[in-house]
Design a protein around this ligand. Structure first.
Ligand SMILES: *Cc1c(COP(=O)(O)O)cnc(C)c1O
Length: 222
């Protein structure tokens, strides 16, 4: 199967309400250009430096999404162009994003990453931590960030029942947290679902899927 076929298969299996982020981590510029030629304009990376290098070499109508664990000291490198940061997991990181966004006179869109997987290897906020950020006084001062919703990753398992219940949990958390709505926080996005579980995620209310290997083939490394 060609990359173009893979993309078409996914486009045909999702509705227009669901946005596809093509996860291009570890993929080369020519390979990303192949996806671009097939019409894909939204790409996700998990390392800031890798995303910056690709941003510099690729067409400027690409929307770049940061989906990987954030290192605070590197936020400055992507502040000029990043479209959505999916992986915000502390108030401190929001403050840094706000500070860097201000330098470019931008408002940077963010999602709070919530922990839903039972394995403890996954990053993310507990519901209580998310509540404390969303209700904090400090958040009100962050005029250059806009929190548009939540991201979560299901456990690394083949067990569909576990995966589905974790996605249900994320959707439930998102509706519980919606009461904190403010000028800085308006939750409309639920980023959940990867190559192996995006159809389940969509059934459970995902609006944004992050798909790598089902488009580009298996990676040699994460
Ligand atoms: C790598 C990655 C994906 C995509 O994984 P695939 O299984 O290749 O689809 C999605 N989300 C995050 C956070 C990732 O790091």
């Amino acid at each position: 199967m060609s990359l173009k076929n893979n993309l078409e298969l996914i486009y045909n299996s999702i509705s227009e309400q669901v946005k596809l982020i093509a996860v291009s981590k570890t993929q080369s510029v020519p390979v990303i250009m192949e996806a671009y030629a097939a019409g894909q304009r939204v790409f996700g990376e998990n390392k800031i430096q890798e995303m910056v290098e690709k941003y510099q070499q690729l067409p400027k109508d690409i929307e770049w999404h940061m989906i990987g664990h954030l290192q605070t000291n590197k936020v400055k490198y992507m502040a000029e162009f990043v479209h959505l940061i999916h992986s915000v997991d502390s108030l401190k990181k929001l403050q840094e994003i706000n500070k860097q966004a201000l330098k470019y006179n931008r408002i940077i869109n963010c999602l709070l990453q919530l922990k839903i997987a039972t394995e403890d290897t996954k990053f993310g906020l507990s519901i209580d931590e998310a509540m404390s950020i969303l209700s904090s006084e400090e958040l009100k001062n962050l005029q250059n960030v806009y929190i548009q919703g939540f991201m979560g990753m299901a456990s690394f398992t083949e067990d569909e029942i576990t995966i589905r219940s974790e996605f249900k949990q994320l959707k439930q958390y998102a509706s519980n947290l919606a009461c904190y709505q403010s000028p800085i926080f308006n939750p409309t996005i639920l980023s959940m679902g990867m190559s192996s579980d995006y159809l389940i995620a969509i059934e459970e209310g995902s609006t944004m899927i992050r798909v790598g290997s089902a488009i580009f083939g298996e990676r040699n490394y994460i």
